[in-house]
Design a protein around this ligand. Structure first.
Ligand SMILES: NC(=O)c1ccc[n+]([C@@H]2O[C@H](COP(=O)([O-])OP(=O)(O)OC[C@H]3O[C@@H](n4cnc5c(N)ncnc54)[C@H](O)[C@@H]3O)[C@@H](O)[C@H]2O)c1
Length: 344
């Protein structure tokens, strides 16, 4: 975990000053600690007092208590999480491009890794959140992205998907990329054998995890008059029988197949379509898969790189494919898994 780089504020701590002030800036938050020799002090964040000590042993002890309080605050607000930092890149490879990222639930989401990377490369990013409950997790992330469009989108709610694309049409008049990073299967369908899956569970799984990508492609097409790139997230369980992946593997196989048909149909218009297939990542969706830890251990042990992937790895590779340099790559299922899929 990165720590704030505290510096003494000489303007306050000049000769004869009794209290001493330390300042630091982290992810746009202005931190100030002021301490007195008799062990009193306070911590201010963005000018607001958030912690105070009155009975520390001395100045040094007061500082160390307040320093801890500052770190706790940063962790709680997510501001100190390296994974939530938008990476700084010099090359604005996607400047002037505008895209929609669907599927951010929190700062562990693959969609967040993608949104950060697209933004870091200079693109403007619109984001959606599932419902009011999700909004409070997504809104601070949308602020980090400076997203001009932040809208609710539950694909089961009639009209919400259309409303998002309408807004993009009104605001931007075009769309350069779309990241579809959503999937859902009811517990009873996901946790049972494929052979036992009921019709409802099957249809819901296919509807949310596959058909919505086809529908988003349909809505994106008229906005991609000068071409664009459509992405969806898949998994190796579409190709191989992966323990506990069950009906989701069937849905991902359909999704990857849809990618190829969409790529063929939209290719003449300069619209490229890809499935991104990351190795296992500990996200909220993944927590619905039994024995997921075992899957992570196996992935790390078997992959040639001997490493797990991060949402940042997935993000930058996805963003690369949206660059014009990748204009003749389409219809792919791109594995971002440290090479896991090539090993027997
Ligand atoms: N985590 C992994 O190991 C892994 C590996 C490969 C592929 N994937 C795929 O990546 C994608 C993103 O998942 P994640 O792992 O980042 O988990 P996540 O929980 O962060 O994201 C899943 C998203 O799906 C959204 N969603 C579910 N039902 C929805 C609905 N009705 N309307 C709109 N949105 C809905 C959720 O709100 C959430 O934002 C999924 O397609 C998943 O299958 C995940």
């Amino acid at each position: 975990m990165r720590k704030p780089n505290w510096k003494s504020n000489d303007k306050v701590a000049g000769k004869g000053a009794i209290t001493q002030q330390f300042v630091a800036t982290m992810r746009g938050e202005k931190l100030e600690i002021e301490v007195a020799p008799w062990g009193e002090g306070h911590l201010k964040i963005n000018g607001l007092e958030v912690a105070r000590v009155t009975d520390a042993k001395d100045r040094r002890d007061a500082f160390s208590q307040l320093e801890k309080a500052a770190e706790q605050h940063l962790t709680a607000s997510g501001a100190n999480k390296d994974s939530s930092a938008i990476p700084a890149v010099r090359a604005k490879l996607l400047e002037d491009k505008k895209g929609l990222v669907v599927g951010i639930a929190n700062d562990n989401s693959i969609a967040w890794g993608c949104a950060k990377a697209f933004r870091a490369f200079g693109a403007e990013v619109a984001v959606t959140y599932l419902n009011d409950k999700a909004k409070k997790y997504v809104e601070p992330l949308a602020r980090e992205l400076d997203s001009p469009i932040v809208m609710p989108l539950d694909v089961n709610a009639p009209g919400q998907m259309e409303a998002v694309f309408e807004r993009i049409k009104d605001e931007w008049g075009k769309l350069d990329f779309l990241v579809h990073s959503i999937a859902f299967s009811p517990k009873e369908a996901l946790h049972g054998r494929v052979v036992d899956v009921g019709r409802e569970g099957f249809l819901t799984t296919m509807d949310v995890s596959c058909w919505t990508f086809i529908r988003m492609a349909h809505l994106a097409e008229p906005l991609m008059r000068k071409g664009g790139t459509l992405f969806t997230m898949s998994y190796y369980g579409s190709q191989m029988v992966v323990k506990n992946y069950n009906i989701m593997g069937v849905a991902k196989a359909a999704l990857e197949c849809a990618v190829r048909y969409l790529a063929a149909e939209l290719g003449p218009k300069g619209i490229r379509v890809h499935a991104i297939s990351p190795g296992p990542l500990a996200t909220r969706a993944a927590s619905g898969i039994p024995e997921f830890d075992a899957l992570l251990d196996k992935a790390q042990a078997k992959a040639p790189t001997k490493s797990l992937v991060s949402i940042e790895d997935v993000g930058v590779a996805t963003a690369f494919l949206a660059h014009d340099a990748a204009k003749l790559i389409t219809g792919e299922t791109l594995y971002i898994d440290g090479g896991y899929h090539i090993i027997d």
